[in-house]
Ligand binder design. Sequence first.
Ligand code: FE2
Length: 121
Amino acid sequence: MVYNLVRDASIKEIKAAGMEGYYADHDKALYFVNGDGVPWTASYIQSKGDPIADLNEDLAAEQKARATYEYLIQLSDDPGVTKTLRWLREREIVHYQRFGETLDHIYDYYSKDHYYFMDGK
Ligand SMILES: [Fe+2]
């Protein structure tokens, strides 16, 4: 979607959008940066190895994505872009719900006694 928005932009339009720095470094190629131009890195996500901690991290990430889509919808004046952003926002809500259900399963699992048997070898 982002590429489709910029692929036919003229140099004049790129300058008017304040994207000349981006264009100088990346042409019109996709290069993942935040709203301040800071490149995406894997340090934005966490993995602790503990299912409860990791699922809560996932839940937070889904809510942050949903909120970002809502802000982008407020900024959009293109009906096609807005429609796509609304669909993506709905997907984040579904992802949040699925992670929440998984977290419920984990809590249920941890709330029960577990017995382990050794076969004597
Ligand atoms: Fe998601």
